[in-house]
Design a protein around this ligand. Structure first.
Ligand code: NAD
Length: 367
């Protein structure tokens, strides 16, 4: 049976970068026997324009039935006045929630050719290859009670609840331990158990799971604020970092900026393994819809192309293909191809399509 891959290009530069990603997937179909069927649908602002909602029930059903979903980006000034619950981003949040995508994987890799793009000294970031695993469907962003209330004395009070259960902690920690097994066998877990009960539970439960099933992996713990400092001081000390939704949001953005180039950052969001052995998964670049450069063939497609590599690796277990694609991206950079976001003064700038062409050319090369 052919694998089903659903493409949701979205808005702004989303369709431009997705076009290049689709060409790359096609290459693997034609040359590496990757048997898949690509279907394309609307999400975000494009879906508001077409269907009146940022994610239709029909598209959601297709996403749930797909073996993997590739998303471009959503949002833009055109939809700024749309009601809050119907804004483009609401479509993306609904997808993540309904597909139960609880583990967000954000690699932070510094390519040798782009080491100068970081604001940190080259010796601090050169060779960096870090994976942050963020819990995505629980914690303070979802906990109840929540809301804004007016107190009897007329003051207003905002409330959010930070809560985690054993199973919510175990399932995301398991993803981190499994990843560590095929990397450097090191996991760092971050929380603030010194001041938060849910953080204390997080540390205890990660430790319990480690003792029970993953004692072959080295586990250490750190308070999230200390880790925020260590990531700037010595990021290469870490390999896989697992943390909750709130701290993961902040720490993964910090780690992303160690690389200095938002147009280079892929991500994967994974759901639970189902009875048939399949796992819901969505792959997307970290960047947004970049309305300032949309429609001008200026976008860097490499974050989306690297998301294809993650899809090949994590949804289809095609490790050799994923490695081949990541090598092709490195070769493209080594050959001097740069979109505007990663070019230094004086370097020749190519557009989105030409960057896609260059990656396809590098894929064809033998070594
Ligand atoms: P953004 O990531 O879209 O853009 C930030 C800056 O980075 C811009 O200057 C942009 O030109 C540049 N940039 C981003 N991606 C690039 C690429 N691939 N190549 C070259 N340059 C790139 O963030 P923003 O400006 O804060 O948000 C714009 C819109 O995107 C908003 O509507 C926001 O809500 C939405 N957004 C969507 C997602 C998503 O779909 N996952 C994520 C973030 C923001």
């Amino acid at each position: 049976m052919s694998a089903k891959v659903l493409l949701l290009p979205g808005d702004g530069i989303g369709p431009e970068v997705m076009r290049e990603a689709a060409r790359v997937i096609d290459w693997f179909k034609q040359h590496r026997g990757f048997d898949c069927v690509l279907t394309q649908r609307n999400v975000g602002g494009a879906a508001i324009d077409a269907d009146g909602v940022p994610l239709s029930d029909a598209v959601l059903a297709e996403a749930k039935a797909a073996d993997a979903v590739m998303l471009g980006a959503v949002g833009g000034p055109k939809w700024d006045k749309v009601a809050y619950d119907h804004r483009p981003e609401a479509g993306l949040l609904r997808l993540r929630k309904e597909m139960d995508l609880f583990a967000n994987l954000r690699p932070a890799i510094v390519f040798d050719e782009l080491v100068d793009a970081s604001t940190l000294k080259p010796e601090v970031v050169k060779g960096l290859d870090l994976m942050i695993v963020r819990e995505l469907t629980a914690g303070v962003y979802f906990g109840t009670p929540r809301g804004i209330e007016v107190l009897p004395n007329g003051e207003r009070r905002g409330v959010n609840t930070h809560s985690y259960t054993t199973s919510e902690i175990h399932r995301v920690a398991a993803v981190a331990f499994e990843l560590a097994r095929v990397r450097k066998k090191k996991v760092l877990s971050a929380e603030k158990g010194n001041v938060m009960d849910a953080g204390r539970l997080w540390r205890e439960e990660v430790t319990a799971l480690h003792t029970e099933k993953y004692s072959d992996v080295e586990l250490s713990h750190m308070y999230a604020d200390a880790l925020a400092m260590q990531l700037l001081r010595a990021p290469k000390n870490y390999d896989v970092i697992v943390t909750d939704n709130l701290f993961g949001d902040i720490l993964s953005d910090e780690a992303a900026m160690l690389t200095g180039s938002i147009g280079m950052l892929p991500s994967a969001s994974l759901g639970p393994v189902q009875a048939n052995g399949k796992r819901a998964a969505m792959y997307e670049p970290v960047h947004g819809s970049a309305p300032d450069i949309a429609g001008q063939d200026k976008a860097n497609p490499l974050a989306t192309i690297l998301s294809v590599a993650m899809m090949l690796r994590y949804s289809f277990n095609r490790t050799a293909d994923a490695d081949h694609l990541e090598r092709a991206v490195r070769k493209t950079l080594a050959a001097g191809y740069r979109t505007g976001d990663i070019a230094r003064t004086g370097e020749k700038v190519v557009g989105c399509t030409a960057m896609g062409d260059a990656v396809l050319h590098a894929l064809k090369a033998r070594s």
